[in-house]
Design a protein around this ligand. Structure first.
Ligand code: FEO
Length: 396
């Protein structure tokens, strides 16, 4: 990919990773990008780098614009290695006068690369640096996504370089959001939010308020992954407001795994009950659906119904995996219940209930257990469970 101009003398110089499919356990079926930005002013600044292995893409892009040795500053908005993996090689070549980062950023850089000798310059929230005709203001965004994270704002260009926030894992030849299909863009944006930023929702609410109070004029948002928001930055800001308030719709998920289709029969009967109460449903079989797609659906679902057969005195491993993953991402405000078939011991429902209590899911029923294969009467109980959950969702 070639450099792409965002503004006068401001360029995307990052890398497109067409082939990545697993981003630390998050399935990225359409790849990703590692965005880095070059601002060419009286002093030249590189904002973030790229993942290790993509440094030649970054250098090739920079060299089309300027000799890398002419870069004065490197700004590290975020230390996670998808943005800093190339840093040691880039520092060697660029020999920057300063590496700007947060206080936590400096600690994390030293812990990653063990280079006390780099020319770090720690910046505080609200601190400004002068590039010549432009000023960069640093905004601390601790935990979005790591303790070191910060935004860089260039007021003369009304440009927010937003690190992980407002990004998407989506490899495209296009660089701007108005060049791609909007519904697909927001699907990737929601998946990214659900898998990366959901646990930090209260911090995002605070950040959105403080950005409003600071009166920052933003006409472009340049994240470190995916498409750059140049035509409608307000749309992704509104989506982050909505997602971080964890607003739910009248939707329930039936998330299940099954051994001999008994639990699946129960799942379908529960779905019938939910539908009778006017709730939109999705059946998600864990053998077919990746955990990162489950959490994306969870984002706006009010009802979560989990079903597992009992295997070796416990829930099925796929169910343990997804509950562990969801628990870490801390969705809030959900209504739930459990169900499952069993042969002799039947612990799965009890164990799922325990996990849901830890997740603070409001359990509205002890759940339905069926020995071996559900008979008609037992399926009626499942329909009733669905209706009960449906009524609770409607009353919420
Ligand atoms: Fe894209 Fe938290 O790194």
């Amino acid at each position: 990919m070639s450099p792409v101009a965002l503004k006068d003398n401001i360029y995307w110089v990052g890398a497109v990773d067409w082939n990545i499919r697993n981003f630390h356990g998050y399935s990225v079926q359409k790849g990703s990008t590692y965005n880095a930005y070059l601002v060419m002013d009286d002093r030249i600044a590189l904002f973030d780098t790229v993942k290790k292995g993509f440094q030649s893409d970054l250098l090739h892009n920079i060299r089309r614009l300027v000799d890398p040795e002419k870069i004065d500053y490197i700004i590290v908005n975020h230390v996670e290695m998808d943005h800093s993996g190339a840093l040691p090689e880039i520092v060697e070549i660029v020999k920057p006068k300063k590496i700007f980062c947060s206080a936590n950023g400096k600690k994390a850089l030293v812990d990653h690369f063990h280079r006390e000798d780099w020319p770090y310059e720690v910046v505080d929230n609200g601190q400004e640096i002068d590039l010549g005709r432009r000023t960069v203001t640093f905004i601390e965004t601790k935990m979005l996504h790591w303790p070191d994270s910060m935004f860089s704002y260039i007021k003369e260009d009304r440009l927010l370089i937003s690190s992980d926030a407002f990004g998407q894992h989506w490899a495209t030849s296009e660089r701007f959001e108005d060049e791609v299909d909007e519904p697909e863009l927001f699907r990737h944006g929601a998946k990214y939010f659900a898998n990366i930023l959901l646990p930090f929702s209260p911090l995002i609410q605070k950040l959105l308020k403080s950005v409003q109070e600071l009166g920052l004029e933003i006409d472009m948002i340049a994240p470190d992954h995916g498409l750059i928001w140049r035509s409608s930055p307000e749309k992704i800001i509104a989506a982050y407001d909505r997602w971080s308030r964890q607003e739910c719709s009248r939707k329930a998920l039936i998330i299940y795994d099954t051994m001999w289709k008994s639990t699946e029969k129960m799942a379908k009967a529960i779905a019938d009950g939910l539908l009778q109460e006017g709730v939109s449903i999705k059946l998600l079989n864990l053998e077919e659906t990746h955990r990162s797609d489950i959490i994306t659906e969870v984002l706006d679902a009010k009802g979560l119904v989990f079903g597992s057969a009992t295997l070796n005195n416990s829930m099925l491993p796929t169910m343990a995996d997804v509950l562990n993953y969801l628990s870490g991402l801390r969705p809030v405000g959900k209504i739930g219940a459990a169900f499952g078939s069993y042969g002799w011991s039947g612990e799965a429902v009890k164990d799922i209930n325990k996990a849901l209590e830890v997740m603070k899911v409001s359990l509205i029923d002890p759940g339905v257990r069926v020995k071996y294969v559900p008979a008609h009467e037992e399926l009626r109980k499942c329909v009733e469970l669905g209706r009960k959950i449906g009524r609770a969702i409607a009353a919420d």
